[in-house]
Design a protein around this ligand. Sequence first.
Ligand SMILES: [Zn+2]
Length: 103
Amino acid sequence: MLPDARALRQDARAELRQLVMAAFCGVLHESRLSPQAVLELAAEAIGSVYREVADAHLGDTSCPCGWQPEPAADIAALQAALARVAAARPDFDLAQVEVAGRA
Ligand SMILES: [Zn+2]
């Protein structure tokens, strides 16, 4: 049986979390930056990835996938996602994400 969209999304979430956590730990140990400073750099990296992907979907030679960036709404959604998870209680849905991330 093929995994449903929710399972695929959960797997993607867990994979990205694991990659970001590994990158965060690496930069934290290699730099003399505080955890907050490293997290701010990670947030900047996400923002720059958004900008680059959005730019690839604009103009005459845009990606054929059909996504049409709406920067104001897209950035608001990114900010809301960050705030929703960062402010969540530890027993929030994240427990499942952490288990899957270690699998
Ligand atoms: Zn595309």
